[in-house]
Design a binder for this molecule. Structure first.
Ligand SMILES: [Zn+2]
Length: 58
């Protein structure tokens, strides 16, 4: 599946992960980007896993 702008159909789409947005660099249209089911936010899970395991084993 090709990601394309819903407004101008350009494929010059930038993914703004941190804001859950997609941005079309042609017409500057922004729209929401939803995580697929089962995907986790990477930043949150990395923190939790590392903080607990590394300190308890050391
Ligand atoms: Zn566009």
């Amino acid at each position: 599946m090709k990601k394309a702008c819903p407004q101008c159909s350009s494929d010059a789409v930038v993914l703004l992960r941190s804001m859950n947005l997609k941005l079309c660099s042609d017409c500057k249209h922004e729209w929401a980007w939803h995580l697929d089911a089962g995907q986790k936010p990477l930043v949150a899970s990395n923190r939790a896993d590392r903080g607990l395991t590394s300190e308890q084993q050391a």
